[in-house]
Structure formats: C-alpha cells, structure tokens
Design a protein around this ligand. Sequence first.
Ligand code: NAP
Ligand code: ZN
Ligand code: ZN
Length: 356
Amino acid sequence: MPIATRAFAATSAEAPLTPFSFNRRDPGPDDVAIDIKFAGICHSDLHMVHNDMGGSTYPLVPGHEIAGLVTAVGANVTKFKVGDRVGVGCMVDSCRTCASCVEGEEQYCIPGFTGTYGNPDKHSAESGQPITQGGYSDKIVVDQAFVLNIPDSIPLDVAAPLLCAGITTYSPLRHWGVGPGSKVAVVGLGGLGHMAVKQAVAMGAEVTVMSTSDRKKADAERMGAKHFLINSDKAAMKAAAESFDLIINTVSATHEIASHLQLLARDGTMVMLGLTTEGLPVFAVPLLWRRRSVAGSLIGGIRETQEMLDFCAEHGIASDIEVIAPDQINEAYARLEKSDVRYRFVIDIEKLDLAA
Ligand code: NAP
Ligand code: ZN
Ligand code: ZN
C-alpha cells in the first residue's frame, strides 16, 4: 500500500509554498520508512523553488535536511530497526557502481546521484510522482544505503541541518586537511557558515568569519571564531593579506571574490560552496604569485556524512536553529533572502496537522 503523505510544495517558481498531498511508495525489501519530525530549510531549496539553476519542475516538495524516526523496514534491512533516530540528506540513490560511488563519494556519481527532491524518481510507477519529493513532508521512504544514524546525544531538531549544511562544510575541511594550527576563514555566516565555524574550531583551527556587516559578530565569537572581518572594510582586508590556509566561501549570491584571493597564504585554497549561477571573475596573477587555488565542493558521501554526525556528537556540535511551523515557510524564505537567519530555519513537521 502506498503511504499517504502530507507536505508543503511549490507549484511554480513564483507562487508561495502551499499544502500538498501525495503518495510515497510502499517500502520495498531494502527500504526504510520514516516519520519525518524536522526538516531544515537550506538556501538551495530557495534556488530550486525559484528555478535559479533551470530544470525545476512542479509541484516540488523541497527539503534535504531530514530527521525522523523509523516506522518500518524491508526484509533485507540490517542497518536500521523500527524506532531508530535517522536522517536523510541530499541524496536518496546513486548508480553505486561508478568509480565515485565505489570510493564512497556518491555525490560525484558519474551518471548522477538521485537527489532527495526534484530528480526523476526510479520508483515513480509505485509513488505516482515523476520526480522525487523532499522533506517538507511527514513521511519518506528511502533505501537503507542512503539513511544515516543520528547519534542519541543530538536532538532531532538541531540534527536536521547537519544532513546538508553540516556535511557540506565538514567534507572540504577534511579534504583540505584542516587541523590544529590551520588558519581558516569562513565567508558568510548563514546555515553553512555557522557549521563551518563550529567544525573548524573543533578540528583545532584558528577561525576568522568574514561577513557583510557586524550584526553577527557576537554570535561568531560565541561559536569560537577568533577574528571577525567585514568584507567591505578595505583596511581590515588589507591587514589580513596572506593569512589563511583555507577560505570556505558559503555566499549564496554573486559577489566579488578577487579581493578574497589576496587573503590566502602560499598554497592556500578558497573553496566555493555557494550555488551562484553567474561568473565570478578570478585573476591569474594572485593565483600564480602564491600558488593559490580556487576550488569547489559538493556536499559529501554517505560514509563521510555518518563520520560527520559522529564527529558532531563527540564535539557537542549542532545547528543553531529557529523552529517554525509549516505555514511560516514563505516568511522564512523571505528572511533567508535577506540573510536574516540565526542560523537555520527548521520546520516542525508535526505541525503539518494544523496547516492541512
Ligand atoms: P544562507 O543561510 O542564506 O547563508 C548565506 C550567507 O551568505 C548569508 O548569511 C550572508 O552572510 C552571505 N551573503 C548572502 N548574500 C551575500 C552577498 N550578496 N554578498 C556577500 N555575502 C552574502 O545560505 P546557506 O544555506 O548557508 O547556503 C549558502 C550557499 O551554499 C547557497 O548558495 C546554497 O545553495 C549553497 N549550498 C551548496 C552546497 C554544496 O554542496 N556546495 C550545499 C548546500 C548549500 P552574512 O550575513 O554573514 O554576510
Ligand atoms: Zn542543502
Ligand atoms: Zn555512481
């Protein structure tokens, strides 16, 4: 029997999100059925709803920061049992055989992973949905290979944002070898940025936050940042020249990055995480002068996502959140557009009862 599911969906790039009902597939032998308790709002949800990258189809249920409880498991499921606290992030499947998948980097699956929402649904015959539908909903059915264990010490509401924001920052911090003595700058103190600060501090780095105003300075310091820089402050930018080994750039909009390159030490890297769709001019001279790099990074693999959740549990790291009811999603989107977030909106899915 397909599972009746309530949700909030976008019906076009311009329309507000509204209540929507659909069916999830009946769990197959490898599937885990989950009652969603909380879903984070990632800035990528806004990009997808507004069709910023092209290719969005509607109705679209966003949400790829999912935390909930297992309600049923298929016959082959060994990793999970009813009642387990679990999470689902940005992926619900991948080819599992390409070089990236075999190495546990499913986010770089060569034929392409199946996104939690907005991608062709391999199970559409059963669900009746041509595309996958995400976590702004009360139920989801996911193959066990793409379900994560949420450690007991992390409450589900503050765990939800780890499933995208948390792994998207953890993966480059690890890939570029951040540890004691590393000097790391985080550009943009939003959902991703605040996770990057907490994780880099826990890894032993000296962290600087680069922000558009001083509004978030006290919060940055509370999260463990040692320094705070306003991007438009030319004197402060000059004083910070050549000081960072790694810059984690989480800015969600087109912005000037040339001046940021000067802040990298020799062999330093700036990792771009924001889904900006316009070109950002980069000049060769500051790169070659100190063998600097500009790189990108996409979420993280499933194995690394579990490692990140365990790391966060071990270091007492979770997201700073503002819990909202489903009928406040549109207001939260408007605030997120203005960077007015401290530091992740999380939807209380149980309140769908009141909105339906
Ligand atoms: P967010 O919570 O809205 O934070 C973005 C931050 O960027 C804002 O808080 C603001 O920080 C800064 N900012 C915004 N507009 C700016 C501008 N015009 N100039 C300079 N700074 C600006 O967004 P998020 O959820 O963290 O996501 C950030 C970006 O990463 C989005 O584009 C999202 O789609 C993308 N993303 C990528 C991946 C990946 O795998 N690579 C995964 C998740 C999300 P201040 O207030 O401190 O200035
Ligand atoms: Zn995301
Ligand atoms: Zn693959």
